[in-house]
Write a protein that binds this ligand. Sequence first.
Ligand code: GDP
Length: 386
Amino acid sequence: MEYLWLIIAVAVVVVGGLAGLVATRGRGRRTDSPVATKDVPDVIAPAEPTVGEDAETPRDTPTRTVEDAALPTLERPEPTASRLVRLRSRLSRSQGALGRGLLTLLSRDVIDEDTWEEIEDTLLTADVGVTPTQELVERLRTRVKVEGKTAASMRDILREELLTLIDPSLDRALHVDRKDGKPGVVLVVGVNGTGKTTTVGKLARVLVAEDKQVVLGAADTFRAAAAEQLTTWGERVGVPAVRGPEGSDPASVAFEAVKTGAEQEADVVIVDTAGRLQNKAGLMDELGKVKRVVEKQAPVSEVLLVLDATTGQNGMVQARVFSEVVDVTGIVLTKLDGSAKGGIVVAVQRELGVPVKLVGLGEGADDLAPFDPETFVDALLGGADA
Ligand code: GDP
């Protein structure tokens, strides 16, 4: 009988030890951040705790400050100018068909009514929107009539008219500078799934590449992974992310983030917000509160609305709702790499009276670029260097 108890006791100890080992290894694999991955061996060793250890200073304290953890693996984000050059070909790959389609139609020997209708259809299919399409077709008709047409002149005319439609005179600069001793504050709004959190992370990299000090606010407290995702983006470039518990009040996280930014004398605080389109009143309450609370610390300098270029008319409906709820100051059009419907640039600017300031052209960390009308139109038309 005594032997039996001994065997049971030994079995319990062995099984318990194995379970502990498995749990420790599981924790070590959990993280997906390159920074954190490097930290793991420091944090979890030694594997077997000793008696009385709890009374000592925690094991990870001396080895793991934010600076120590982040420095060895910090990435250097790509400078803005080289992004544009690199992404130009991606833009022409996704948008080139629209320009080529229009040029082919306009190069026909005779442009009859059917051809004009086809031109109209091509523009509508690319989400340019009804009114801008009609305006463009009207102007093209007039110019063809007045100026006549050769293949070369058609290309020039189309380029000019597309540029006019996109309006190069709009102010597309991001207003993210410190003002009156306070950091610039950027609120990023939009429906979940549009690429909002990714855009906040990419934007942080754009600003870090410009030597700005950035603080992130993870105020999308409703999507479980959003805060984690944002923290990882921040860690990669040494930018702190302020976050609260899951489900906590987004406004209080936003407040804390801007407070931290002010205390640290950061240049800019970028606040990710929750994008639940439950109903207009709910959204208005939530974003209104975030803005009011943030403005106790510093004025909001930009409200960027993130729209997914692949969602077409749905995206336009969302844009309308958000613009009625907050004063949107700029649009970020994501996933232009996966959509041939770049005409939405025109439609959304018209609808909201707000410029597209940034475009997302891929899932890569540096696949966000300032929107430049000339580069865009040249990509549409397959310019010499596009
Ligand atoms: P959120 O819910 O709005 O915060 O959306 P996320 O930031 O989590 O992004 C949703 C998905 O869109 C992710 O898989 C991103 O990688 C992807 N995404 C974001 N921006 C772009 C882009 O410009 N191009 C492409 N192809 N994918 C993107």
